[in-house]
Design a protein around this ligand. Sequence first.
Ligand SMILES: Nc1nc2c(ncn2[C@@H]2O[C@H](COP(=O)(O)OP(=O)(O)OP(=O)(O)O)[C@@H](O)[C@H]2O)c(=O)[nH]1
Length: 543
Amino acid sequence: MATHPPNPLDPDSGGTGHGEAPRSERLSNWTRHGVILPALVLLLCLGVTRQLWQDARDSARQELQTRFDFRVRESNRRIEQRMLTYEQVLRGVAGLFAASSQVTRQEFHRYASTLRLKENYPGIQALGFSAQVPASEIARFVDAMRAEGFPDYQAWPAGSREWYGPVQYIEPFEGRNLRAFGFDMLTDPVRRAAMEQARDTGKAAVSGKVTLVQETDRDMQIGFLMYMPIYRDGASPDSADARRDSLSGWVYAAFRMTDLMNELQGDRPVELDVEVYDGNQMSDQSRMFDTLQESRAAVFSNPLTSIQRLEIAGHSWIVVNAALPGFAASADTGKAELILRGGISIALLLALLTWLLLDDRTRALRASEQAMRLALYDVLTGLPNRKLMMERLGQSIAAARRERGRVALMFIDLDRFKPVNDNYGHAIGDLLLKEVASRLQHSMRESDTAARLGGDEFVLLLPRAESNQGVAVVAHKVLQELNRPFLIAGHEFHISASIGVAFFPDDAVDEKILIRYADDAMYQAKHSGRGTIHFYRHPGKQA
Ligand SMILES: Nc1nc2c(ncn2[C@@H]2O[C@H](COP(=O)(O)OP(=O)(O)OP(=O)(O)O)[C@@H](O)[C@H]2O)c(=O)[nH]1
């Protein structure tokens, strides 16, 4: 059965036949690559960009974390060192008491003034001394204080107890500090715990969170105290019992927490939110300080948060540091962003470049494909032209020689075609020629070749013409097809064809002679009245 050979002028059809490498397939591969390859380049570049961006971002984060850790260490160390300094101050005062059997108010005042507390030790609200007075001596103690020029002095709060610890000296002796004068600190369990700890250990002890009696309604702050025990006669007893027996009182420093922390912070920009908790619990009750005084939830959802325990003169504080938005904003994310932007741009650029190169390549292939078609195919009908027909004829004859086969060549010249052109115009003639080509293709096998030699001359090459009878069948079929009326642009045309057939090797020894004989046979057909088939007959041979 006849099949539709591919139209060689259609770039998407199957090529030139005869099983040669399908150029249009290669072309369509290129076209496919035209999308896939740029997409791959884009994906690859984006992948690399993503990796580099992530690395840069990670290292920026790492750097931020390192900077945060450093700032936290620095901030905590500042607190510890400042508290150590205060401990030294108290040790100095304790030295004063050790050096003198009786430190007078005047001496204490002079010592404290020399320290210049406000300038050198900001954060200390008061420096003082509380005597430890047994119940038996409290009345005499108060009298002596009153005799010193403080007629209203009393150990307050009132009430009788075994031991009293009233404030005897307090410096600077002015302002809100005067409110603490005479206050018996042993009556407050928080202060008492630190006082007893200092007494028993012989070391400085910090109290828990308190409200200093110095506080007024204005600028209320949380406070704490640091105590250093003073033993009689400058002794340094080495057991808790001996220390209790020889305790004469405590020198102490009172601190207002916000003043202290603000002073530590200095003029530095506030980049960390610092929270200080008394003891081992982090609760609203134990909170002594908060830079921002904001809800803690915000702090704990912050990835840059540090929680550390500081030991301050025998007492625990929990210090929480959290980076404020300004701190994280200072992170060097510029590099990561640059990589991201640059990477995406380069990826797009490379993908575009790849696409353009492939497109160029595809165009070049298309152009050469087109040129090849023009060289080998008839532009009007799309059938192989004379050149390609000659090539195939050569191949067919070579094959027939090898395989002892037969080749038939059929020359087909249209009859009465000229009047179509003359009466209806060249364009109609063209349409008719195309229809002729189409009918020829319907009449042959796939292995056959229909070609247009030019004008109204066509050729059918049958490379495997085993029997004359088979070829005659084909010739009749062609004739029958061309005898059918042609309906072109609303006009009906009746043409026919004269067909001449010659065989290799029966009639001719090579392709040139074969062509000539087929042409001769065609003329014979023309002369014998058109619309007929003539098989070449050698002039010497009998019919
Ligand atoms: N439309 C069109 N006409 C063509 C083309 N090439 C050649 N022709 C015309 O085809 C005609 C061929 O001439 P002939 O073969 O002598 O005309 P014919 O009427 O078929 O004569 P017979 O073969 O003797 O029957 C001429 O008029 C050419 O001008 C073409 O590509 N398109």
